[in-house]
Write a protein that binds this ligand. Structure first.
Ligand SMILES: [Zn+2]
Length: 79
């Protein structure tokens, strides 16, 4: 039974690493989802939430010339 403790420690370390990786992945996904929060309602392309209105306007004009800008991004419609 030599080296039993060492093996146990290695296993524990592996488990911790796996958990840390999973947590990192989870928070990364959350960050990405939050960052890509502007979605074109016409083609469902996602944009960064801080994408400039100019970029969104260009998208609407280039991709959906027959659509109104606010059909694609209704949340930008002035109240
Ligand atoms: Zn679009």
């Amino acid at each position: 039974m030599g080296g039993g403790n060492g093996q146990k420690a290695a296993k524990a370390r592996e488990r911790n690493q796996a958990r840390a990786a999973a947590e990192a992945k989870g928070s990364q996904n959350k960050t990405n989802a939050a960052a890509m929060s502007v979605i074109c309602k016409t083609c469902f392309q996602s944009f960064l939430c801080n994408a400039s209105p100019v970029v969104l306007k260009q998208h609407a004009e280039n991709k959906h010339p027959k659509h109104n800008f606010y059909d694609c991004f209704p949340h930008l419609k002035p109240a």
